[in-house]
Design a protein around this ligand. Structure first.
Ligand SMILES: [Mn+2]
Length: 212
C-alpha cells in the first residue's frame, strides 16, 4: 500500500519564482520525505542510512545547484534495494512537480564529467516520456556497502516518475567509486543545464507539440 502526499509547488504565474516541491511517500518498505528547490544553491540535508548513497545524492545538489532534503527510513535490515529505488521514485515525483509545465526551460542538458581516470557522459531530455539507457561497466559489486546494481534501480525510479529520457554512459574508469561519482556529477550538471530558464524562450514550452 503506497501513499504519496504531494505538497503543491509554488504557483507558476511568476516566472522568476523558485521552483520548489515536497513529496512524502510511505510504504511498508520505506518512509520517505523529499523537498527540492531547483533554483537553489546546492544545499543538501540527506539521511538515507546508506553513506555512499548520501554522498552521491550530495553530488546532485552541489553540482546541480539544487537544494535537496531527503529523509528515508527504509528496511535496511533486508538490504539497500527498497531504500535506493524508492528514493529515486520520490525524487522523480518531486522533480515532476517542481518543473511544472516546463515553460521557459532549456529542456535538454548534457555533461561530461571526469574524476581522475574515470569519465562519464549524461544526456537528459525533459520529454515527458520515461526512458533509461544506462551503461556503466562497474569494476566492483559494492562501494562501501552500496550495491552498485542499485545505481540502475535509482535512475529507473527517477526516470519513470520525473518523465525524462536519460542516457548514461560511463566511458572510462578503473575505480568503482570514481565511476559512480562521475555518473552522479554528470547527471547533476545535465539537470542544471536542462532546467535552466532560457531568457530567449521565456514563457514558451520547448516543443513543437505545444506541451511536454
Ligand atoms: Mn567521492
Amino acid at each position: 500500500m503506497t501513499s504519496s502526499a504531494l505538497v503543491p509547488s509554488v504557483p507558476s504565474d511568476n516566472p522568476d519564482a523558485d521552483r520548489i516541491a515536497e513529496v512524502s511517500r510511505n510504504t511498508a518498505e520505506t518512509r520517505i520525505h523529499v523537498r527540492v528547490n531547483l533554483d537553489g544553491t546546492g544545499e543538501a540535508r540527506l539521511s538515507t542510512g546508506i553513506g555512499f548513497f548520501d554522498h552521491m545524492l550530495d553530488q546532485i545538489a552541489r553540482h546541480g545547484l539544487i537544494d535537496l532534503r531527503i529523509e528515508c527510513e527504509g528496511d535496511l535490515h533486508i538490504d539497500g534495494h527498497h531504500t535506493v529505488e524508492d528514493v529515486g521514485i520520490t525524487l522523480g515525483q518531486a522533480f515532476a512537480r517542481a518543473v511544472g509545465d516546463k515553460k521557459g526551460i532549456r529542456r535538454y542538458g548534457h555533461a561530461y564529467v571526469p574524476l581522475d581516470e574515470a569519465l562519464s557522459r549524461v544526456v537528459v531530455d525533459f520529454s515527458g516520456r520515461p526512458g533509461l539507457h544506462l551503461h556503466i561497466p562497474f569494476t566492483a559489486g559494492s562501494i562501501g556497502g552500496f550495491d552498485t546494481q542499485l545505481t540502475y534501480e535509482f535512475f529507473q525510479g527517477f526516470v519513470n516518475h520525473a518523465g525524462v529520457t536519460l542516457h548514461i554512459d560511463n566511458i572510462k574508469g578503473i575505480n568503482a567509486h570514481h565511476q559512480c561519482e562521475t555518473v552522479f556529477k554528470a547527471f547533476a550538471r545535465a539537470l542544471r543545464a536542462a532546467l535552466e530558464r532560457d531568457p530567449r524562450a521565456a514563457g514558451v514550452i520547448p516543443s513543437t507539440k505545444g506541451s511536454l
